[in-house]
Each structure stands twice: as structure tokens, then as C-alpha cells.
Design a protein around this ligand. Sequence first.
Ligand SMILES: [Zn+2]
Length: 58
Amino acid sequence: MIQEPKGKFIKVRCKCKNEQIIFGKCSSKIDCLVCGEPLALATGGKSKIEAQVIEVLE
Ligand SMILES: [Zn+2]
């Protein structure tokens, strides 16, 4: 599932089951701290979430 969230922080779950909180408007790629898989990609100012979104934290 790919989303373009407008929230500030997003909790995502990686394929490796690691849960990580990332910033929704990141301007750079975010990798999983455990396995190195990309969790979010930066696309022109918006972040594209590649991992499973569990929760959007307002
Ligand atoms: Zn991972």
C-alpha cells in the first residue's frame, strides 16, 4: 500500500517487522534501521511511503 500522508509523523512497519516512526514530509530517503530496506522515498517535497503504514500521528 502506497500513501501520501499529510500527517506529521507516521508509524510504519517494515517487511522485517521492525516498527519505526518517520517524518511524513521527509526530504530524503529513509531506510529501515534494522534491515536497510527503504521505508520512504522523497518525491519532489512529498514523501512516498513504501512500508506498511500502521498509524498516522497527528
Ligand atoms: Zn526492515
